[in-house]
Design a protein around this ligand. Sequence first.
Ligand SMILES: NC(=[NH2+])NCCC[C@H](N)C(=O)O
Ligand SMILES: O=C(O)CCC(=O)C(=O)O
Ligand SMILES: [Fe+2]
Length: 321
Amino acid sequence: MQRLQLTDAEQAEINTLVDRFIAAGHDWDPLTAAEAATATAQRLPLRLREFLTGARTAESGITVVSGVPLDPRLADTPIGWEAAAKSAAGRREEIALLLCGAAMGDPFGWESQQEGRLVHDVSPSRGMETSLTSASSEKTLSLHTEDVFHPCRADYVALLCLRNPDGVATTVAGVDALRLSPERRDALTEPRFHFFPDDSHTGPITGHTSGDDREAEADRVLFGPEQAPYLRFDVDFMEAADPGAGDAMRAADELLSSSPDRVVLNPGDLVFIDNYKVVHGRAPFTPRYDGADRWLKRLNLLRDVRRLYARSNTRTRLVPA
Ligand SMILES: NC(=[NH2+])NCCC[C@H](N)C(=O)O
Ligand SMILES: O=C(O)CCC(=O)C(=O)O
Ligand SMILES: [Fe+2]
């Protein structure tokens, strides 16, 4: 894990950039906001930009920046993302995340997720306590690759912690946990798995038009360099194409879930999760629904947004439905 603590002076610089971004009135059209953020990110403190560039080139699995400034008058934690979207709660923090995120990658969103918002809210939602989405609480969120179904899924999932009163851990596990027999390892390296959109995606998704995606082409769990492979895994939203692949999938799940690392995010902590190198999840907790609940802002980042443009017929930062 790589960690950087921002100094008071650096925090003040970031606050100034956030003020200017708000004053410039960049609207929340995702293309405009993302491009403006990328331009403004050039003015972030040099030490932060060097740190993030270093994490990128080293392909650090987990990278934490601590001391991202939070509004001392931060609103109560909204009960679920819909309430957050309606009230624009945590707007300053949203912009701080967008700016720091834009120093690491190109921000983008999904039309099918949180109504196409670029920055998402992650807070417990009533009725969703045991769902398979980030709005859950009482149930463990299984280790997953973010948006495992999509070839243009994020290179980094960035999470900025606004509140975490009970110190609930984000769990992470890397490909190095997969100490498997050669047979099982081979199975994971072959196109013998189907991946599906998770329950946070609503409405139709490009290339995934019907409820039954099993016709979609099979793909691999492990891919890329043999000595340092990348990983694509979400036991809740994938299926093995044959019994041998199913056995390898269950063995991989056991190894990943047996002793994941725990990252407890504190307010002002911003974590960049390398979505090709590690899977992430969350320990269960009891929701409060009193305004003091755990609350994160989330941003998807690509190393090169042109991967999206190349797959789409419009130049958009939203993966179209
Ligand atoms: N295994 C899972 N539960 N996968 C889905 C993960 C949660 C999803 N990315 C969300 O934002 O809600
Ligand atoms: O709440 C967390 O710590 C992680 C939730 C998660 O998986 C996500 O928001 O993508
Ligand atoms: Fe996630």
